[in-house]
Design a protein around this ligand. Structure first.
Ligand SMILES: NC(=O)c1ccc[n+]([C@@H]2O[C@H](COP(=O)([O-])OP(=O)(O)OC[C@H]3O[C@@H](n4cnc5c(N)ncnc54)[C@H](OP(=O)(O)O)[C@@H]3O)[C@@H](O)[C@H]2O)c1
Length: 267
């Protein structure tokens, strides 16, 4: 199956590697487009795929076109492809904030899936939320699903607005987790551990908590209550979080990301 990936940056590389690893396409069937010559050289050497600086050259005989450009300025690149993608090809966009209506207009193409993966795709543990316009046929829906599953879990959204929600929740989500880890490492250092020890403590606490959640399949609330005894130490911490409205702070952050995802559509 001929697949072209437009934008061979962080996500473009992850998607290329995952498609090859899962044998959805052979290296000889893939072309990665990037403006950066050194990136093209590296991708060619690592994955034995064809590379090009011309998106036009890549798309004309592709059965799947995956757009991994930064949203800003992508309209110029995509408008130049107007009418050049085969009408029965599937287009998949992973760009934050860019709506299907814009993609349809810029590309003059109707068979499009819009998606939002996240950085954990790098290790095959991504979370991708996707939405297909009504023109996408069953075989293409299955193909899109298979591509998303090649780098993690996927969820098909029933409403395009949920892609912006996913951007704010699971798209940016790994960064929120790392932010919380950073703050806990700082708290650990404040309580006397050195930086290396704190990193070890927090890393294993995250790992253990996640594995426990996975293995028990209990809700986070149940798990939290299991380790919180009335008037105990955890209870003191949780009550402080509640008093300082930590939950509200997190919600506000996620809402700010959602607002930003909406704004990106107009930039
Ligand atoms: N990173 C994430 O965690 C993540 C998660 C979900 C969704 N996304 C979405 O994925 C998209 C790509 O993100 P990314 O992190 O992979 O960005 P990135 O690393 O900057 O990749 C974009 C690539 O496209 C290249 N490029 C720029 N203009 C081009 C053109 N005209 N033709 C061909 N290639 C061009 C860039 O080259 P230069 O670097 O030389 O400009 C870069 O290599 C974004 O739209 C983002 O919203 C990212």
């Amino acid at each position: 199956m001929k697949i072209s990936v437009i934008g061979g940056g962080v996500m473009g590389e992850i998607i290329t590697r995952s498609i090859l690893n899962q044998q959805i396409a052979k290296p000889s069937e893939m072309m990665v487009v990037d403006i950066n010559a050194s990136k093209r050289r590296i991708l060619k050497k690592k994955y034995l795929v064809a590379t090009s600086k011309s998106a036009l050259k890549a798309v004309f005989n592709s059965e799947v076109v995956i757009i991994c450009l930064k949203p800003q300025g992508s309209n110029q690149v995509l408008t130049a492809l107007k009418g050049k993608i085969k009408s029965d090809a599937l287009v998949i966009s992973i760009m934050a904030g860019i709506r299907l209506a814009s993609l349809e207009k810029w590309l003059g193409h109707r068979n499009i899936v819009r998606s939002m993966p996240n950085i954990s795709s790098r290790i095959g543990e991504g979370m991708t939320v996707w939405f297909a316009n009504k023109n996408v046929q069953t075989l293409h829906l299955l193909l899109a699903q298979m591509i998303f599953q090649s780098f993690g879990k996927e969820l098909r959204a029933i409403d395009e607005n949920l892609i912006d929600s996913a951007t704010a929740v699971s798209g940016s989500g790994p960064a929120y987790i790392f932010y919380i880890a950073e703050k806990l490492i700082k708290a650990s250092i404040d309580l006397g551990f050195d930086a290396k020890e704190s990193l070890k403590l927090i890393r294993q606490t995250f790992q253990g908590a996640m594995d426990l959640w996975d293995e028990t399949a209990l809700s986070p609330k149940t798990l939290r209550e299991m380790v919180t005894s009335e008037k105990g130490t955890t209870d003191a911490a949780i009550k402080t979080f509640e008093r300082l409205k930590a939950g509200e702070v997190l919600t506000k952050g996620v809402q700010a990301a959602f607002k930003r995802a909406k704004e990106l559509a107009n930039e």
